[in-house]
Design a protein. Structure first.
Length: 211
């Protein structure tokens, strides 16, 4: 049985490995296309968990989460710092909803994103607390509460320096100093607890992805 060369069209005997005229190979292997299965479309693209953060998206997520956390700190959720932890958790949720779907956050990246939300949240909370004190004229009451707390702490100590500290904090300069100390404490607490919330959020999201 004769066949034709696919290249030059010359007549050849069946089974001839090369064309006698143009030397083109006559044996070609045809591979079958893979069969399509409906289940193949359901296989998700694998997520990668790295320390890389899409910072434009991260800043927006941290700003929203930090602001919400600051508002929560003015509610009963502010007790025990739950509003701060919530800030870090929300930062992860918002970030994951807006970032590249295939990318996931490692625990380290989640911690940094949570800390960023805490940094923003502490600034927002400072502004909100200042407005609340100014609008409701809570300055004198706040000063009296702080003075009572200091006196109670000093009463439990027999150290003469404790009494001197009480007298200092009764002065306007002492009151300002105490406010600065409280502000620094709240700032550190906001960043640390929000970072913890971010780490927890990254772990929760990873388990949700089945990783």
């Amino acid at each position: 049985m004769e066949i034709q060369c696919y290249k030059c069209g010359a007549a050849l005997e069946e089974g001839t490995p090369f064309c006698e005229h143009c030397r083109a190979p006559q044996i070609r292997v045809v591979t079958a296309a893979p069969e399509y299965s409906p289940g193949m479309a359901q296989i998700p693209y694998p997520k990668t968990y790295s320390d890389r953060i899409e910072w434009p998206v991260a800043f927006r997520a941290a700003a929203i989460a930090g602001s919400i956390g600051a508002f929560l700190m003015l509610t009963p959720l502010g007790l025990l710092g739950l509003g701060m932890v919530t800030s870090g958790l929300l930062a992860i949720v918002i970030y994951r909803s807006r970032a590249t779907p295939e990318s996931g956050l490692s625990v380290g990246a989640g911690t940094r994103l949570g800390a960023l939300s805490g940094l923003i949240g502490s600034a927002v909370f400072a502004v909100l607390a200042t407005l609340v004190v100014a609008v409701f004229h809570l300055g004198p009451m706040l000063r009296e509460k702080m003075r009572e707390s200091i006196q109670q702490a000093a009463a439990r100590s027999a150290d003469p320096q404790a009494q001197q500290a009480v007298e200092f904090f009764k002065t306007p300069q002492g009151f300002v100093t105490s406010l600065i100390v409280v502000a620094i404490f709240l700032f550190v607490a906001f960043v640390v607890l929000s970072a913890a919330g971010g780490a927890i959020g990254a772990l929760v999201m990873r388990k949700k992805d089945g990783a």
